[in-house]
Write a protein that binds this ligand. Structure first.
Ligand code: 13P
Length: 254
């Protein structure tokens, strides 16, 4: 089985309802008339727009992802959204462990692990984000940080082609600084080796490992041609229809 290439947009906390509707409608039309080959297009919208978004997904080739999920099923957890709720509206993916959640909302590896489990139980594909800060890179501990995050997120988790990993160096997010293709490939290869050691060759080979951090039309090609980079988790550039189409076209043509 060839692993899938995933072009995933993470809108973060951006776009109004009507801007979302306009974007999703155009993206649905764009993908509908296109042979996407082995490329999956995923749009991760704010929670408020997920139902609208999955409506467009049902009529097209795009997939929809949430940006976060509760580690609980149901109950008295004010402000939270659960995996069964996401499942009920046919949300296919969910980002967990994004560095912004870790930094501003206290998401820990244990929480990421619990969220991973609950998403699997509900058949939603987690996009597990990991990545080092600038200080950690400069201290020469990038590999330790990444392996620790993997061990934390995947503790007691069985994987069966139902998880995606995104390597997002924190210093490259929203800064315009991208890891060089060689820097990114080095960590992607480390992640794949970790998967071989902790799971097996087949699981490692089939898992899509995305790169995130200032991905844009200008640099996506060089990133995607790396042997262990299987797509992008794209923030800023995913808000722009023209750039998103361009990046999808590049991925499809590779
Ligand atoms: P940017 O593409 O804006 O750097 O954001 C990356 C990211 O955090 C995607 O999840």
């Amino acid at each position: 089985m060839m692993r899938r290439i995933i072009i995933a947009g993470n809108w973060k906390m951006n776009k109004t309802y009507s801007e979302s509707e306009e974007f999703l409608s155009e993206m649905a039309n764009f993908t509908e008339t296109k042979d996407l080959k082995n490329v999956d297009v995923v749009i991760c919208t704010p929670a408020l727009y997920l139902k609208l978004a999955t409506g467009f997904a049902a009529k097209s080739k795009i997939f929809i992802g949430a940006q976060n999920v509760s580690n609980f099923d149901f109950g008295a957890y004010t402000g939270e959204i659960s995996a069964p709720m996401l499942k009920a509206i046919e949300c296919s993916f969910c980002i967990i462990g994004h560095s912004e959640r870790r930094k501003y909302f206290g998401d820990t590896d244990d929480l990421v692990n619990a969220k991973l489990k609950i998403l699997q139980q509900n058949k939603i594909i987690p996009i597990v984000c990991i990545g080092e800060t600038l200080e950690e890179r400069e201290a020469g501990i990038t590999e330790d940080v990444v392996v620790n995050q993997l061990e934390g997120a995947f503790r007691n988790i069985t994987v069966n082609n139902d998880v995606v990993i995104a390597y997002e160096p924190v210093w490259a997010i929203g800064t315009g600084k991208t890891a060089t293709p060689a820097q990114a490939q080095e960590i992607h290869s480390l992640i794949r080796s970790w998967l071989i050691e902790n799971y097996n060759h087949e699981i490692a080979e089939n898992m899509s490992i995305l790169y995130g951090g200032s991905v844009k039309p200008d640099n996506i090609r060089e990133l995607l041609i790396q042997p262990d980079i299987d797509g992008g988790l794209i923030g800023g550039a995913s808000l722009d229809m023209g750039k998103m189409k361009e990046m999808i076209n590049i991925a499809v043509e590779l």
